[in-house]
Design a protein around this ligand. Structure first.
Ligand code: NAD
Length: 394
């Protein structure tokens, strides 16, 4: 069938198999254009199908030559409904990795469950023996904990309500977003879902099963961003969860002392992903920072950062961390000259100059690209088979 984008709010309910495959191929080509990285040999990526997790997996496999196991939560096509973008991305990754002779298997399941953790451990034991890198890159709206309680994550300010300029994801126009302050239960729920507890559970399970290499590294991702989004992000519910991720890194470092392992939080740059488009004010900020960074020639998407992280921040003689022990991939975004220009534009942006002073087109083209639309070399008028199988799905 001919597949077209169908947008509902900040989500696209269709995905294009060939567009997604081309996106993955483009990321692979980028990594292969860079020098080989002497890094991970066997990596486990939790949240491997889209965004930062997918790019880390691509950089690990095609940059370091690593065998990879990916865990994600994606669904296949059903009737005339396309599969999710992450499903098509995973199918494309598996194909390209096996073509180059890399071991690559994927598990589709709820990463928060004990069952998926055990399945992953069994697979590592059977096929790889152990892993030297574990990347935790989940972005999820809810989590059922091992005791059967389901928590939801919300993006809300803490203490007082929040009102900000934003982009209306339906009309693409400038709008005002108002969000009520979170309740205590909502703060707790967001920490349960997006905090570090499940990362700790993964590392404990992998460590108890003896499948972590001596010197193994584990990573989780965070975001800090500019002052204009602090109330809704860093100082809001999600920021609390990210603080919990940082606290968890310290606890995991304690757990890994016996094997001389290391946990890092990598603070990444704002990019367009399925998770980030749901945050009020962030699409507007992202459109502004894209314009500023593109003009300065320092714009990056997920793959450029994840390649740079492995090549320049982690697999170097002394990992490049900030004063809190974090890896900073947002170093270019947070540069003073970039942030000063972003604040200037933030103050003057209005309905009349929105498309001139921001990179709104770039934002939307990245958004459509997430779902495989608007990708060069893809014939969108052609019929495509939407039922794509993932090779080596466990
Ligand atoms: P994303 O939505 O693109 O990817 C999320 C991944 O998690 C997907 O692979 C999805 O299948 C998987 N997933 C979700 N629920 C799952 C479950 N229950 N079981 C198994 N897999 C599940 O998200 P992203 O934006 O790449 O975010 C990844 C991390 O990077 C998050 O910690 C996020 O906070 C962080 N980050 C994002 C940005 C940004 O601008 N998007 C910036 C900095 C840091």
């Amino acid at each position: 069938m001919v597949v077209e984008p169908k947008i509902r709010g900040f989500i696209c309910t269709t995905a294009h198999p060939e567009g997604c495959a081309q996106n993955v191929a483009n990321q692979v080509a980028y990594v292969k254009s860079k020098k080989e990285i002497k890094g991970t040999r066997r990596a486990l990526i939790i949240g491997s199908s889209t965004g930062y997790g997918l790019s880390t997996r691509i950089a690990a496999a095609f940059g370091c030559g690593a065998d990879t196991i990916g865990v994600a939560f994606e669904r296949p096509a059903a009737g005339s409904r396309t599969a999710t973008a992450g499903w098509y991305n995973t199918a494309a990754f598996q194909k390209l990795a096996s073509r180059e002779g890399f071991y690559a298997k994927s598990i589709m399941g709820d990463a928060f469950s004990d069952e998926t953790k055990q399945k992953t451990i069994d697979l590592i034991k059977k096929d790889l023996g152990s892993v030297d890198l574990v990347v935790y890159s989940l972005a999820a709206p809810r989590r059922t904990t091992p005791d059967g309680v389901t928590y939801s994550s919300v993006i809300k300010p803490i203490g007082s309500d929040y009102t900000s300029k934003t982009i209306d994801m339906r009309t693409h126009a400038l709008a005002t977003a108002s969000v009520e302050a979170a309740t205590e239960a909502e703060i707790e729920g967001t920490i349960k879902v997006m905090g570090g507890e499940d990362w700790q559970l993964w590392i404990k399970a992998l460590s108890d099963a003896g499948v972590l290499d001596k010197g193994a590294i584990t990573l989780a991702y965070s975001y800090i961003g500019p002052k204009v989004t602090h109330a809704i992000y860093t100082e809001g519910t999600i920021g609390r969860a990210k603080k919990d991720v940082e606290d968890s890194a310290n606890k995991i470092n304690g757990m890994l002392t016996a094997i001389c392992g290391k946990a890092y939080v990598a603070v990444n740059k704002a990019v367009v992903t399925q998770a980030s488009s749901a945050i009020p004010a962030v699409p507007l900020y992202t459109s502004i920072v894209f314009k500023v960074m593109k003009e300065k020639g320092i714009h990056e998407d997920c793959i450029e950062q994840m390649q740079r992280m492995l090549a320049e921040k982690i697999y170097v003689s002394s990992p490049a961390t900030d004063e809190c022990g974090r890896l900073r991939l947002d170093d270019l975004e947070m540069r003073d000259d970039v942030q000063q220009e972003v604040s200037r534009v933030w103050d003057i942006v209005n309905d009349g100059n929105l498309s001139k002073v921001t990179d709104l087109d770039g934002y939307w083209s990245d958004f459509y690209r997430l779902f495989g639309f608007g990708v060069d070399k893809v014939d969108y008028a052609a019929d495509v088979d939407i039922e794509t199988e993932i090779a080596d799905l466990v």
